[in-house]
Design a protein around this ligand. Structure first.
Ligand SMILES: Nc1nc2c(ncn2[C@@H]2O[C@H](COP(=O)(O)OP(=O)(O)O)[C@@H](O)[C@H]2O)c(=O)[nH]1
Ligand SMILES: [Mg+2]
Length: 469
């Protein structure tokens, strides 16, 4: 078993502050503080409208922020103090809701920092919520996913994790494993004593059930990852087959320039699309042909790069024209890529048959569309969805979905340890060995929920946050 470092919870006596809203002109901007100085700083800078005044916790107060150096008002604000422990971080929190705008929020943050708070690091508010025991690590991670969610489905998955579905499952696994371990250790330590025999059948049954459950959760990862991270999808094909027209019809906007002139698209155009809940980064690229000038040459280079990196390729063929060497070269280039074959211009007389295309691409979906008339687009979306998800990912509030590689790795490790423990029990191996495997599985649970996670891993997780969260 690898020794993991216990986190010693330090006394977080520093008060942190940050702008919690995006910078820019907006209706309101929020400066947030967390820590023991929050309230004294608020009292120092805030001049209430109403007198006499009492700063009540979890209430909004209307007034002004005053620069203490010259007594000048900076802005009209709403200020809210939230006294520990019923707060996001479990520490005292103050939020100053001022007018949005580059200067005002920055000025208020400066005043707060001058009073002894320090700039918060990315994700530091959430890190404190975790370190102070309000949420576990999987819930902290869900906060990032929630903020980054681009579709209703990805939001729902983040939300189930934030509500603690994964954590609760881990807690219940832990409880049972600790029970098993206690029994095993009693037998190891006092083999001669009169202690209750290990209920082997029950223990084996329980391990078997847990292994099955773990297997089931691990199998949701493929789909879970797709919903959480989204996928990249490049449209490719030779010039003038209708790639830019397809991008436009998919995003329902005249985004890419469409002309009958081959070689119109030079740069890569990227748009995010929601395909049945999957965030798809769709890329329109330059048509692949022998470039006619240096700009097109660069376009073709970028196109090839994107196609090579894409999770999925939409291979477009102009059905009204006979296939030529350019098409064949592209086919070779994306031979090994996951793809959907799109036969475009079905409004025109065909010169490429569906049967011939099926023979050429036997294991891929083929969809016939007219990008010009907007026909066949729903079928295409369905084909994209099905090629991204091998099995249907059922998204419901109760059905646990794994989206994070860190979780998948820990669950796989747990599954391996429990399988080895089960085999050990079946084959009558020494109890020490079985106890060792169960202890290792418990260690993975600890890593998952953040009880034994190393500082390095924690830092990597919280670095993904934005400042002010
Ligand atoms: N008849 C017909 N013309 C199309 C269709 N899709 C695109 N086109 C035309 O084909 C030409 C090239 O289209 P474009 O989207 O620029 O192709 P790209 O070079 O692959 O990006 C334009 O004149 C489009 O109007 C279609 O489904 N049917
Ligand atoms: Mg184009």
């Amino acid at each position: 078993m690898t020794e993991s470092i216990e986190i010693n919870i330090p006394i977080r006596d520093e008060t942190i502050a940050a702008i919690s809203t995006p910078l820019g002109e907006s209706g309101i901007g929020i400066v947030r503080m967390s820590g023991p100085l929050s309230e004294p700083i608020a009292r120092k800078l805030f001049k209430p409208k109403k007198t006499p005044f009492s700063l009540i916790s979890h209430h909004f107060h209307y007034g002004k922020i005053i620069d203490p150096i010259n007594g000048h008002p900076v802005d009209e604000v709403l200020l809210v103090l939230m006294k520990s422990p019923k707060t996001y971080t479990r520490e005292d929190i103050v939020e100053i809701h001022c007018h949005g705008g580059y200067f005002i929020v920055q000025k208020i943050l400066e005043l707060v920092l001058a009073q002894g708070a320090r700039m918060a690091l990315a994700g530091e508010f959430t890190k404190r919520a975790f370190l102070n025991g309000r949420i576990d690590l999987t819930q902290a991670e869900a906060v990032i996913d929630l903020i980054k969610a681009k579709t209703r489905e990805s939001l729902e998955i983040a939300d189930q994790q934030l509500r603690g579905l994964l954590y609760d499952e881990m807690a219940s696994i832990k409880e049972k494993l600790v029970e098993h371990l206690t029994l095993l250790e009693a037998h190891i330590d006092f083999p001669e004593e009169e202690i209750e025999a290990i209920p082997l059948t029950e223990m084996k049954g329980d391990l078997f059930n847990k292994i099955q459950k773990l297997e089931e959760w691990i199998s949701t990862y493929e789909g879970g990852r797709v919903f959480r991270e989204g996928v990249s999808c490049a449209i490719t094909g030779k010039t003038n087959v209708g790639k830019s027209s397809l991008l436009n019809v998919l995003i329902k906007q005249e985004r890419a320039i469409v002309t009958p002139i081959p070689g119109t698209t030079r740069d890569v155009i990227e748009e995010t699309l929601n395909i049945h809940g999957i965030p798809v980064r769709l890329m329109d690229t330059a048509g692949l042909r022998k470039p006619q000038d240096s700009i097109e040459q660069e376009g073709v280079r970028r196109a090839k790069e994107r196609v090579a990196d894409a999770d999925l390729v939409l291979l477009m063929i102009d059905r009204s024209r006979h296939l030529d060497d350019d098409d064949e070269e592209i086919f070779r280039e994306i031979e090994t890529k996951k793809k959907v074959v799109v036969l475009n211009k079905k409004d025109l007389t065909p010169n490429v048959s569906l049967t011939a295309t099926r023979e050429r691409f036997p294991s891929y979906s083929i969809v016939q569309i007219s990008a010009l008339k907007g026909e066949g687009i729903e079928e295409l979306k369905q084909a994209i969805y099905s090629s991204l998800l091998q099995r249907d990912t059922r998204i419901s509030p109760e059905h646990l979905i794994i989206t994070n590689i860190r979780h998948k790795t820990a669950l796989s490790q747990m599954k391996k340890n429990l399988s080895d423990a089960l085999i050990g029990l079946e084959e009558g191996m020494s109890l020490e060995l079985i106890a060792f495997e169960i202890r290792s599985a418990l260690n993975s649970v600890g890593e998952m929920v953040g009880e034994t996670t190393t500082e390095e891993v924690l830092n990597r997780i919280f670095a993904q946050f934005c400042i002010g969260k």
